[in-house]
Design a protein around this ligand. Structure first.
Ligand code: MRU
Length: 348
């Protein structure tokens, strides 16, 4: 399985997703600032993976805290927390993981700095381990939606690289392939960051799952010709009514799927659901820097100062979603995800 992110010797190691598939390079972060920058620059990306990274970032930050009691610890914690929280606004999992870490901090801050650091590390590792298990459960619940011989379109990368292991959308595809079904994946290249062309293709090739790369504007025509049996994508934030934020371009795929009678599935852990939002209208959409659109692989492809828009995500209204596959099971419309709840403390 792919090593997306691991904790080793008081540091966090991540595979550099900006460099794949040309180079397999690992980045070592020794400070929480380095982790925050790695998330911002998309060394690590994908909603569950950035949650795990933020949790480890908090551990690194608290490892260099100066004193163990009172206001200075409080100040350090808040500063580190706020820096990590500012990295990327859309993925709910980032905030969910940080909230879990805060619950441990509140519980154990009176035990002394050493004990606090130990329990924070244990919580971050629990978040990582649980995510790998969660993805397998998503796969188990979703695999029966994919028939033998299916051609499955996916957008962006919601695979092992975007999670602790196994993936969400790609987890469903992996689990179906593990049942012995013959599946062909159509991977949208996913401009501008090319997660599909660079990461999904790389992951699936390593797994031996057949993959066909297409540019984003080809999906509709393939659906029209009956070449796509299902769409499976991941999610960054899901509102109570099922409106789903995911990589820019997902909305267009969903509309095309409905028009062509192709089922459109979202695969995501419960930690992606934002129970505080009634619908998708208030989901914050990250706008990234214009160079990502003006350039491909660092090479300018247009007029240098052309005005650019670069929203990194869009919101697919729930009416286009056939089902949402979570670790708890498959949810069908009308979606009514829970009421706001406070996270308890996980195993320590
Ligand atoms: O900008 P990215 O690469 O972090 O966006 C990732 C996605 O949109 C994924 O589909 C989503 O985070 C789900 S990952 C399991």
């Amino acid at each position: 399985m792919l090593p997306t992110i691991t904790w080793r010797n008081r540091s966090v190691i991540m595979i550099d997703q900006r460099k794949l598939p040309a180079q397999e390079i690992y980045v070592r972060c020794r400070t929480y600032i380095q982790v925050a920058q790695a998330i911002e620059k998309m060394v690590i990306r994908g909603a569950p993976a950035i949650g795990i990274a933020a949790a480890y970032g908090l551990v690194l930050g608290l490892m260099s805290a100066r004193t163990d009691t009172g206001r200075s610890l409080e100040r350090d914690f808040d500063k580190i927390y706020r820096r990590l929280e500012r990295t990327r606004p859309t993925a709910r999992n980032l905030f969910w993981a940080l909230e879990r870490m805060r619950a441990v901090y509140e519980r154990d801050r009176g035990l002394g700095l050493r004990a606090l650091q130990k329990s924070l590390l244990a919580e971050a590792q629990a978040i990582e381990n649980e995510d790998a298990e969660t993805c397998r459960m998503i796969g188990r619940h979703g695999r029966d939606l994919i028939r033998d011989g299916a051609s499955v379109l996916t957008h962006c990368n919601a695979g092992a690289l975007a999670t602790a292991a196994y993936g969400t959308a790609l987890g469903v595809i992996r689990a179906a392939a593990e049942q012995g079904k013959k599946i062909t994946v159509f991977a949208d290249e996913t401009r501008p960051f090319l997660q599909g062309a660079r990461l999904t293709v790389w992951e699936l090739r390593r797994e031996g799952i057949p993959v066909v790369l297409i540019t984003d504007n080809m999906a509709g025509w393939l659906m029209r010709q009956g070449k796509i049996s299902a769409v499976v994508v991941g999610a960054d934030r899901i509102a109570r009514n099922g409106d789903t934020a995911n990589k820019i371009g997902t909305y267009s795929v969903a509309v095309l799927a409905k028009e062509n009678g192709v089922p459109f599935y979202v695969a995501a852990p419960m930690s992606t659901i934002d129970a505080s939002l009634e619908d998708g209208s208030a989901i914050p959409i990250e706008e990234r820097k214009p160079e990502e659109v003006r350039e491909i692989g660092g090479r300018l492809i247009t007029v240098p100062d052309v005005e650019v828009r670069n929203p990194a995500f869009d919101v697919t209204p729930a009416k286009y979603v056939t089902a949402i596959i979570t670790e708890r099971g498959v949810c069908r419309p009308p979606f009514k995800f829970g009421v706001p709840f406070k996270f308890g403390v996980g195993p320590s």
